[in-house]
Design a protein around this ligand. Structure first.
Ligand SMILES: Nc1ncnc2c1ncn2[C@@H]1O[C@H](COP(=O)(O)OP(=O)(O)O)[C@@H](O)[C@H]1O
Ligand SMILES: [Mg+2]
Length: 283
């Protein structure tokens, strides 16, 4: 296991991280094959395949209830699928082996759809939760400094550290969640609809932050979103969930042209045109 001190900036981290394949290797950082997820009679995924490449921001889109969050939970080992194989950083995500599971957890940062900060803890204490779990031997003062660093990295003012989540705006809470997700310097970041509920300016600022951090820290980002602007602004590739699988995964210019009813409606329907008009007017 890596002994890299937390908080260390690893420029080009993907190439340096011991578990991370280099972009040149051609090996995916996440590989999903033949995934089947069912809830009773309901089949959510049926033979879903997906590769995430090291160093990319992959946008995951699909209608509501198509199984984007379930896919993320399965990749994170939080849900056991009925069938399929999932590898994360070369490790089997579906194993019962506690050491391997911990290695995956240690190397993945997650911002869940509901943000899920501990409401009775300050932002600083929230960010310190993973630090305490994995770096319990660090002096309190150093852990505090690391939390402060992450909070600043996420674009929050230093005084946010001592505030409760309820004292922050929605956008600031998202940033606090991001700071916590980055606490352990993970090479791989999972974000489930991070800009949902933010106003367009706040959402665009959050997108820019993700792109900046991804480039500065060499992150790979798995980003579930509804937001067309986000796809255009920061995603290297876009995976579309429909018909219980990933129907296309490609750069957005290719995905736009993909012949599928949901894809065509999403990229060329009235809402898409409105988004495009706004984008053209502001760029
Ligand atoms: N724990 C669960 N129990 C039963 N059904 C679930 C559970 N989690 C998700 N589902 C169902 O699986 C489908 C996909 O859910 P989800 O991945 O949350 O969709 P989304 O693409 O909107 O993120 C939904 O129809 C949802 O109702
Ligand atoms: Mg969801």
């Amino acid at each position: 296991m890596s002994k890299t001190p937390p908080g260390t900036m690893r420029n080009g981290a993907n190439a340096m991280h011991p578990l991370c394949p280099t972009p040149q290797s051609g090996r995916p950082i996440v590989s999903v094959r033949g995934l089947v997820n069912r809830f009773g009679e309901q089949v959510v995924h049926d033979g879903l395949d997906l590769d995430v490449r090291p160093g990319e921001i992959i946008g995951v889109v699909g209608g509501s209830g198509t199984g984007k969050s379930v896919l993320m939970r399965a990749i994170l080992g939080l849900r056991e699928p009925q069938e399929g194989r999932i590898e994360v950083l070369g490790l089997n995500a579906l194993t019962d082996d506690a050491t391997q599971r911990r290695a995956i957890e240690r190397n993945t940062g997650v911002l869940f759809q509901d943000g899920a900060l501990f409401s009775s803890l300050t932002v600083g204490e929230n960010v310190q939760v993973p630090l305490k779990e994995y770096h319990g031997d660090l002096p309190d003062s150093l852990r505090y400094e690391l939390a402060l660093l992450k909070v600043k990295l996420a674009g929050l003012p230093a005084d946010a550290l001592n505030k409760l989540p309820s004292q922050l705006s929605g956008g600031m809470r998202k940033r606090a969640g991001l700071a916590r997700a980055l606490a352990l310097d993970p090479p791989l970041l999972f974000l489930d609809e991070p800009t949902a509920g933010l106003d367009p300016i706040g959402a665009a600022a959050f997108d820019r932050l993700i792109r900046t951090l991804q480039q500065a820290l060499g992150l790979t980002v798995f980003l579930i979103t509804h937001d067309l602007d986000t796809l255009y602004a920061i995603c290297d590739r876009v995976a579309v969930l429909a018909d219980r699988k990933v129907v296309v995964c490609a750069p957005i210019q290719e995905v736009e042209r993909f012949e599928h009813p949901w894809v065509q409606e999403y990229f060329h329907g009235p809402r898409a045109r409105a988004a495009r008009t706004t984008r053209d007017a502001t760029s």
